[in-house]
Design a protein around this ligand. Sequence first.
Ligand code: TPP
Ligand code: MG
Length: 652
Amino acid sequence: MSTTNTGRTAAAHPSSAAGPSAGPAPGAGPAPATAVAPSEAAAQATLGVETTARSMAEAAAEPVSGITGAQSLVRSLEAVGVEVVFGIPGGAILPAYDPLFDSALRHVLVRHEQGAGHAATGYAQATGRVGVCMATSGPGATNLVTPLADAYMDSVPMVAITGQVPTAAIGTDAFQEADIRGITMPVTKHNFLVTDAAEIPQKIAEAFHLASTGRPGPVLVDIPKDVLQATTDFSWPPRIDLPGYKPTTRPHGKQVREAAALIAAARQPVLYVGGGVLKAGAAEELAELAELTGAPVVTTLMARGAFPDSHRQNLGMPGMHGNVTAVTALQKADLLVALGARFDDRVTGELSSFAPNAAVVHADIDPAEIGKNRKADVPIVGDAKATIVELLTALRAEHEAGRTPDLDAWWEQLEDWRTRYPLGYDWPEDGMLSPQYVIERLGAIAGPDAIYASGVGQHQMWAAQFISYEKPGTWLNSGGLGTMGYAVPAAMGAKYGMPGTTVWAIDGDGCFQMTNQELATCAIEGIPIKVAVINNGNLGMVRQWQTLFYEGRYSNTHLNTHGGKEGAPRQVRIPDFVTLAEALGCVGLRCESKDDVDAVIEKAMAINDAPVVIDFIVGSDAQVWPMVAAGASNDEILAARDVRPVFGEGQV
Ligand SMILES: Cc1ncc(C[n+]2csc(CCOP(=O)(O)OP(=O)(O)O)c2C)c(N)n1
Ligand SMILES: [Mg+2]
């Protein structure tokens, strides 16, 4: 297997490139450096979890004979170091749920399989470990398709285990049969159908190895019911047999030296940092590189927290709703050093006019990314951490040879843009609460140690813009797929993995209605997340596009969560999020005025024995700015409606 299901290639992260005999837990075990630096309480809680997982893993690794495939599956999960599985049982997977009953492995019974999948993702993004979810065949498995696609787009390590109809029934349109391998082929890094119970330990070990090494991603293991019921023997560690899967982790020295020479000569460089830097646990090395080069840094939506927002060299987020300075710095650069970034269309805008004068150094663990959208002058295939470490050495050699870049003019220009076009917002004209203000206050009060998981829409962009991210693993979102409904279950998974850390879901009134049922799971399982619903009464991001591009014709974007339809006889909020929260076993709070914002957030911060939901009733027409319209050139960025920045052409 030299390529993945969809032709993406993958390479291994050096610290986790476990070979067949390299230990019991490929991808599980202690959280790598990407994990959030936890508070003391969190550190203790996490440590406790790891100790339990480790001792469970040691006990499970003992060989046994004459057990069922289902017992072998649960033992394999224990041996690989899994701490928690999010799932829902059903007929085909039922044999596996019986040994789970006796296992120290915890299972969180979710209310919808989509919740299980996003919880596994949130857990993985917050802890750096592999997230695990489980579902039955047919509809259980198909409900996992969205979170699998989500994890695939955002390169999140995840293993999904699905029951399948008995082997003899496969292909007969049996009850609850779905070809989940076929369905998920394009959205998984790899998937397996296990046909022999004896292979279960090996397939599980391979799944974790594939999910967690190279470019991380979701792996699905489909197991027919008769295979789970068959009698088999178990031994651990199994032999991992993945011919052709040899991810390249060490960058090529010559390419690195060429990159260093370009950096040393550039006058207008930008470090364009993507989510791969977080996946590789390379935040510290990135900070060193930034200091050594003196170059400005932009962090994409997937990389928020990879470099502290408070650092002078951090220009913030580029892209469709990035700030003017970050977008324009990329646009006017003479050198882009792309690290674990993929030149996504939301960052480049119109590709043909993106960064027209820039040479490109593109470092990525996945060779399939290099040159995919933008030609790389210096391609580097390798792990981001290893690449940055080698770049540091090569760059020091450049400096020692007297080649140090003079970036003064560039910084003068950048500071000018930064001063003239800071991020900002207006208060709604109708006197309602400003959503940006709410999010800004939430970030200030909960602080940089908290984890923030967002939904998709305007609130997501404001949460990316107006909260200061200082550390890896503190910003979780669905960047690639843009999955509404991600926030609540992802926050649940994150809180499970980081119990001592405050976890906020920042959700929209539309998104919240897709997966809020997982609050029942949170309440029952003792996972006290906090939810800020930014209730603008609308599918706000879509409404914004209707305002800007469809002459204010608001077709099907009004949600009635503010009150009844305009002109309707009864002005009722449906649903009432406060009573909904209470029905789901949470504390429900509401805030409608500026004066109450801090107090309500502080009240929620003080509740730690139950999930809390705050319904923030905010203006309907606040808009996300700056904006580059879809498909437009980044040169066309608008700082606000009808406000086109003046860049002082000819200055740089
Ligand atoms: C599952 C899914 N369906 C549809 C969309 C398209 N979409 C993107 S943003 C958005 C509106 C989200 O509304 P809300 O959650 O209220 O957030 P707001 O933009 O108002 O902050 C929609 C419908 C999507 N991203 N995901
Ligand atoms: Mg909304």
